[in-house]
Design a binder for this molecule. Structure first.
Ligand SMILES: Cc1cc2nc3c(=O)[nH]c(=O)nc-3n(C[C@H](O)[C@H](O)[C@H](O)COP(=O)(O)OP(=O)(O)OC[C@H]3O[C@@H](n4cnc5c(N)ncnc54)[C@H](O)[C@@H]3O)c2cc1C
Length: 392
């Protein structure tokens, strides 16, 4: 009897893991279980950029699923439960036995506790369908309120401005993207949005939301006394790892599937996890991290898949030590961030006022722990190498 490896989650991390298994020479049964029906799956970054601003058709931006022609696809189906010790995953009410399993279920959009009459008016952005629904509302002269000024809220604001929509960007923190970028770069991002006419409501809490004019309109009360009126409400307050189906599985779940440095799940040696759902012991950062960004999902899936094969064949697994990295596009500005935004920040080259600069974060010992490149993609590789060297 041949082996069976099941990959749960058929988006970026799942498809990358499946392709890596085939490329590494795994020839037995490969089953992909995915709650979404698109295949090849669509890519998410264009959903808040090119697709949202109408520059790309939904057909563009598909992921590469070549090499998976002989995989068993169970699309439009959810894995309902896992028995890690027994080696079964339940799909469609039936346990499926596996020799190895990849958990790649990503993250689900978070929302706010809203009364039903407001919840039915609020849009979110995680899927292609969400992006098309929101794009349909971005009409010149309309007003949109975006609650949450993280990277997604900021990209939605930029796409809305591009569509000549009046934008209110609301956050309880004092600056946009401040958790990811630190204060200096976040202040630059705030200036970028102001320059493009976005009304920023920062450092404020929402006191109440009531229905406003029109089919989808809302009135948002803020604790500084302002009332924001909008034709569309978008809630962009982050995502939570998709782990509910793993309750009672034997895996350790703590804000994600907890894994060792090789991406092997604690509590089950033939289960690996990758992408937004995985929290692993980072060998260089010396702590457990979970990263909700594209490059991590792609790279971690490759390593996790190869490590699963190593576990199954008695080989030597490799620690996954890629630094957290993300990029964002807003108003034609490309922001790239690597490492962590902690310690002291200095601009090393260029100037925020020129929309072109490179900056470094140093910890108290002087080691470089993070870096940002704004419209300087040429500096990213050097920065990444410098951070890795100082952390090693
Ligand atoms: C709008 C948007 C824009 C983004 N832009 C950027 C960007 O510019 N730069 C950047 O670095 N990152 C960006 N990201 C983040 C990046 O897209 C994610 O980190 C990446 O998609 C994670 O891939 P994943 O496969 O781990 O998870 P996901 O993409 O969430 O895929 C998980 C899949 O698993 C499925 N699933 C969940 N539960 C089950 C189950 N029980 N059974 C079966 N299937 C299940 C889900 O339906 C989904 O299809 C963006 C994300 C979004 C939403």
């Amino acid at each position: 009897m041949g082996k069976r490896i099941v990959v749960v989650g058929a988006s970026l991390a799942g498809v990358r893991a499946a392709r890596s298994l085939r490329r590494a020479g795994y020839l037995d049964e490969l089953m992909l279980v995915g709650a979404e029906t698109h295949f090849p799956p669509y890519d998410r970054p264009p959903l808040s950029k090119e697709v949202l601003s109408g520059n790309w058709t939904p057909q563009r931006g598909r992921l590469d699923a070549s090499g998976l022609e002989d995989a068993v696809l169970r699309l439009g189906e959810r894995a309902e439960a896992l028995d890690a010790a027994g080696g079964t995953v339940t799909v469609g009410g039936t346990p499926v036995a596996f020799d190895g399993l990849v958990v790649a279920t990503g993250a689900a959009v978070r929302t706010l506790p809203l009364p039903p009459e407001i919840a039915s008016r609020a849009l979110v952005l995680r899927t292609l369908e969400d992006s098309l629904a929101l794009a349909g509302r971005l009409r010149p002269g309309q007003r949109v309120a975006v609650v949450g000024a993280g990277f997604l809220g900021c990209e939605i604001a930029a796409a809305a401005v591009h569509a000549a929509v009046r934008v209110h960007l609301i956050d309880r923190l004092g600056l946009p993207m401040v958790a990811a970028l630190g204060e200096t770069v976040a202040a630059y991002v705030a200036g970028l949005h102001r320059r493009h006419g976005v009304d920023l409501h920062l450092g404020v809490s929402i006191t109440g939301i009531t229905p406003g004019p029109g089919a989808h309109g809302v009135r948002i009360g803020l604790d500084d006394g302002a009332v924001v009126e909008a034709d569309t409400l978008v809630v962009a307050v982050g995502a939570t790892p998709e782990t509910a189906w793993l309750a009672g599985s034997g895996l350790l779940i703590e804000d994600g599937v907890v894994c060792d440095r090789n991406c092997v799940a604690l509590g089950a040696d033939r289960v690996v996890a990758a992408g937004d759902v995985a929290r692993w012991e980072h060998p260089l950062l010396r702590t457990r991290v979970r990263v909700e960004h594209w490059t991590n999902a792609a790279m971690q899936a490759d390593v996790a898949a190869r490590n699963l094969l190593a576990v199954l064949t008695g080989g030597e697994p490799t620690a996954y030590d890629a630094l957290p990295y993300f990029w964002s596009h807003q108003y034609g500005v490309k922001i790239q961030f690597v490492g962590t935004a902690s310690g002291t920040f200095v601009v090393q080259d260029g100037a925020p006022g020129e929309d072109r600069f490179v900056g470094l974060f140093r910890d108290p010992s002087g080691s470089v722990v993070g870096g940002v490149c704004v419209n300087r993609p040429d500096r990213l590789a050097g920065l990444t190498a410098a951070i890795k060297e100082s952390l090693a």
